[in-house]
Design a protein around this ligand. Structure first.
Ligand SMILES: Cc1ncc(COP(=O)(O)O)c(C=O)c1O
Length: 387
């Protein structure tokens, strides 16, 4: 059978092939330091687990939910006001099963074939996948070292800006670890107004930020609510990646369009998960802040520790990732990743898997405690991969 041609865009997942190699080494009894995937090793708060369990004990919770509970929309609005000082209305909020799924559905709701969408390069993969599923035309704006891995609007030619319909931005950024500046967002908002481009901000790492913090909402920027929507995932702030909870927030016409698409193919989020989300959003914030400091200790152990052994990895400004240059003796990031895994037992992700501008770098996820990161660096040093 010939399956839909939209599948032709997608090959074997990069993480799968590296994982196979890792399993082979583990079978040989080798110790593996796995820093390849951004799944937090921290735990969700007990109040979040309790809310889910309590709700799951009620048989009424097992019906189709059909829509978001009003208390859920309100909890998001209260959180935004408390945490970011940003006022939004419940009708500007829609839950989705993670930003991953939300980005895919957003692209289907907003883009026609041939519409132009601007995406970062390197890019969190679903940004591209959503665009390709919608058969839209991605145009990649580079995030380069020269501009601090931030948006450099001058790189976008006038004709591209004129035809662009949507632009996805995300800071603190995966994979490059850069953070936004208020000035960058202010310029982005005027640019979006000038060219009538919808800005989609993915705010996955607003609570994991070491520079220019505390992390904020894009809507904190004057004028942003007229030009943008924001994905706000609970995955990383609250360590609930498996529960799949995120929100699309902002311009009502856009939220309504995505809701319309979703309503054709979806019967709503499981009620116990909605209850867990309410508990997360209205519960204590101290663990979220403490966790950011824990990530910072890991960032310091990795970046400073690497520099001490002669590997010039700059400090990551935010996100749970570190973007490390490939040592000059290797010609590709994949070649280096395989050698690092074979010789040091360290698993990371080749930068090339995030787009052409990712070549020359590898990404480490900060998912091990500082002591283990230090041991990992010992293994790197002894392996001789740094030359
Ligand atoms: C930038 C970015 N957006 C979204 C996600 C996924 O979020 P969710 O779990 O809400 O799908 C990730 C996960 O790594 C991410 O790095």
């Amino acid at each position: 059978m010939k399956f839909a041609s939209r599948l032709d865009h997608f090959g074997e997942e990069i993480f799968a092939s590296l994982n196979e190699k890792k399993l082979e080494l583990e079978r040989q009894g080798k110790e593996i330091y796995n820093l390849s995937i951004g799944t937090p090793d921290f735990e969700p708060g007990q109040h979040i687990i309790d809310a889910l369990v309590d709700s799951a004990k009620d048989p009424a919770s097992w019906k189709y939910s059909l829509r978001d509970l009003p208390e859920l929309g309100q909890a998001v609005c209260d959180y935004y006001l408390r945490r970011f000082g940003v006022e939004i209305n419940p009708d500007q909020v829609m839950s989705c099963y993670g930003t991953q799924e939300g980005v895919g559905h957003l692209a289907l709701a907003l883009l026609d074939p041939e519409d132009t969408i601007l995406l970062p390069d390197p890019c969190y993969p679903v940004f591209q996948a959503g665009a390709l599923l919608a058969q839209a035309q991605p145009w990649y704006y580079p995030l380069t070292k020269e501009h601090g891995f931030r948006i450099h609007l001058e790189d976008i030619p006038e004709d591209v800006a004129r035809r662009a319909k949507v632009m996805i931005v995300s800071f603190p950024a995966n994979p490059v670890g850069s953070t936004a500046t208020p000035k960058m967002y202010e310029e982005l908002v005027s640019w979006a107004k000038k060219y009538d481009v919808l800005i989609v901000h993915d705010n996955a790492y607003s609570d994991i930020i070491f520079e220019g913090g505390p992390g904020n909402s894009f809507f904190h920027t004057p004028g942003a609510r007229e030009v943008g929507v924001e994905f706000f995932s609970l995955s990383k702030s609250f360590n609930v990646t498996g529960a799949r909870i995120s929100f699309l927030i902002g311009r009502k016409d856009v939220v309504d369009a995505v809701r319309m698409l979703r309503s054709q193919i979806d019967f709503g989020m499981f009620l116990p998960i909605q209850r867990a989300a309410i508990a997360a959003l209205s519960g204590p914030a101290d663990r979220v802040k403490e966790q950011c400091r824990d990530y910072e200790k890991r960032r310091d152990a990795l970046c400073r520790g690497a520099r001490e052994i002669g590997w010039e990895i700059p400090d990551s400004g935010g996100s749970m990732f570190v973007w490390a240059p490939v040592p000059p003796s290797y010609s590709t990031s994949m070649e280096f990743c395989l050698d690092l895994l074979n010789k040091a037992g360290v698993l990371c992700t080749p930068g090339s898997s995030f787009g052409p501008h990712g070549e020359g770098y590898v990404r480490f996820a900060l998912v091990l405690p500082p002591e283990q990161i230090r041991r990992m660096l010992e293994a790197v040093k002894e392996s001789g991969v740094l030359g």
